[in-house]
Design a protein around this ligand. Structure first.
Ligand SMILES: [Zn+2]
Length: 286
């Protein structure tokens, strides 16, 4: 198996919303805001080459929204999905599986593209993976998440016939539910950020590496109370973070961050204040 980091570009979101109840005097040291309190975040996907499959985890914000929409999110940086794939010798038609952690627009916007007046899959040879509970949640959105679940990102996937669902197991022991996706990849489920978000967990180079999606969007979110204001069930996120961080620290997991524009990966260390970031590194250094 080979893993590739695929950055699709950076965007900006309000630092206060990203750090929830944490005051600006503290979070501004973790991610320096601009004069409007907006901070830079990456949209970093993960490409998994394994057993004849090429699995892309998430695909960024895409390019089909209008100028007004993109005006709110200040896209910047030189990376794009196509450029980052090409840098590793791949193109979109090579992708066999598009694995969507969840259907918020900054994770799945690249799934569908505009061809004339049609909306069609941007990965014509791929199976797209979500799960039934999250899909239902996204196509009948609550008022809180409505602005994050854009119909044009979601419905054409199903209409194309390329959508499949990952089985969702129950978890009753307080741990994150888990199911197998391939021989080298499991999926962990969390529901504090949104209903049944999926975190890929991979066995790679003798280590366990977890794609954090929006459970821990950046290394700055490792301390327990640092929960995004966007989360629909913050107390659930607190429990899921506690459980995950204990498991990850005890088993020396590698965390891979989707939204941290400064850091790709880190290990964890136990300190007297709790679990904190340990060694940080990029994926190619693993
Ligand atoms: Zn999200």
């Amino acid at each position: 198996m080979t893993l590739y980091s695929i950055n699709t570009g950076n965007f900006k979101l309000d630092g206060g919303a990203m750090f929830g109840v944490v005051p600006k005097s503290i979070w501004q040291k973790l991610n320096t805001p601009d004069e409007n309190n907006m901070c830079t975040w990456a949209m970093r996907c993960l490409l998994i080459e394994d057993e004849g499959r090429l699995i892309l985890v998430d695909n960024g914000i895409g390019n089909k929204q209008d100028a007004k929409f993109f005006g709110h999110y200040f896209l910047h940086g030189d990376d794009t999905l196509d450029k980052s794939l090409a840098a590793q010798g791949f193109q979109r038609s090579d992708i066999t599986d598009v694995f969507l952690t969840h259907l918020h627009f900054d994770h799945c916007g690249g799934s569908i593209e505009r061809q004339g007046d049609k909306l069609v899959p941007a990965f014509q040879n791929a199976t797209y993976w979500s799960n039934a509970a999250h899909w239902q949640w996204a196509v009948q959105p609550n008022d809180r998440e409505k602005a994050s679940f854009l119909k044009e990102n979601i419905l054409p996937i199903q209409e194309s016939g390329q959508l499949k669902f990952v089985e969702t197991p129950d978890s009753s022991d307080g741990k994150l539910a888990s199911t197998s996706f391939t021989n080298n990849m499991d999926v962990r489920f969390v529901s504090g950020h949104t209903e049944k978000m999926m975190l890929p967990q991979l066995r790679y180079k003798g280590r366990t590496i977890v794609y954090m999606a929006d459970l821990l969007p950046s290394s700055g979110h490792i301390p327990i109370p640092y929960v995004m204001a966007y989360d629909t069930r913050p107390l659930t996120t607190l429990g899921e973070k506690k459980s995950f961080l204990q498991e990850a620290a005890a088993n020396d997991y590698v965390l891979f961050f989707e939204h941290d524009h400064q850091r790709e990966c880190c290990e964890l260390v136990q300190t007297e204040k709790g679990i904190r970031m340990g060694r940080e590194f990029s994926l190619v250094e693993l």
